[in-house]
Ligand binder design. Structure first.
Ligand code: TMP
Length: 214
């Protein structure tokens, strides 16, 4: 099973991954936790280019291709082998982030983004996507608090430094995708405290689990 988490900056995805793994492991899943960009050693180097705030002049199309390069490496060396081995892969961001950040927010042609995904990743999509949704101002404030208190590195703030309008487009893009693919997406209110968010995720995971066993 392939599960992804998505959301704007400061949505709390990374915090929730640990709890999800514990929950699923208890239910008998053999889990692989990973993330994009940067799920592999080569991916980490691509990540540092993509998120470095000094790279303000990174061309949007070059940015799109770097996310795809990271994903190609990630799929071939980590995700596909894990899925083949019967593992449950939990990935912090995946292709939806490309559609939303490079498509909806940067303004690149969304059709081209889907075509690239077919070409490079054979259209591999997750079975379940949790969208942690919250107002942009709340998310960005949280993200900067984490950066300022050292919980997150200052070397990866290229997207946090985008204007609020960019992040509004990201949020609207995610909500539009969730509406279009309502069977795959589960929207969680990320304004709630961490424990409540986890509880909501576990509740949904429990029902999905049962469906899979049937
Ligand atoms: P994160 O690891 O803190 O979630 O940061 C990754 C950043 O990269 C985040 O701002 C979203 C962005 N991103 C894209 O723009 N396109 C993508 O395809 C992915 C996976 C992430």
């Amino acid at each position: 099973m392939f599960i992804t988490l998505e959301g704007i900056e400061g949505a709390g995805k990374t915090t929730q991954v640990g709890g999800m793994v514990e929950f699923l492991t208890e239910k008998g899943h053999d889990c692989l936790i990973t993330r994009e960009p940067g799920g592999t050693e080569i991916g980490k180097r691509i990540r540092s280019i993509l998120l470095d705030p000094k790279n303000i002049d990174l061309d949007p199309f070059a940015e799109l291709l770097l996310y795809n390069a990271d994903r190609a490496q990630h799929l071939k060396t980590l995700i596909e082998p894990a899925l083949k081995a019967g593992k449950t892969v939990i990935c912090d961001r995946y292709f939806d982030a490309t559609v939303v950040y490079q498509g909806y927010a940067r303004g690149l042609d969304i059709e081209k983004i889907y075509r690239l995904h077919k070409l490079i990743c054979n259209n591999l999509m997750p079975e379940i996507t949790f969208l942690l949704d919250l107002p942009v101002k709340t998310g960005i404030k949280r993200a900067w608090q984490q950066i300022d208190n050292g919980a997150r590195t200052k070397l990866e703030t290229r997207f946090e430094e985008e204007e609020l309008n960019f992040h509004e487009k990201v949020r609207a893009g995610y909500l539009a995708l969730a509406k279009k693919e309502s069977k795959r997406f589960i929207i969680i209110d990320a304004t709630l405290d961490k424990a409540k968010v986890a509880e909501k995720i576990f509740k949904r995971l429990a029902t999905i689990d049962l469906q899979i066993i049937k």
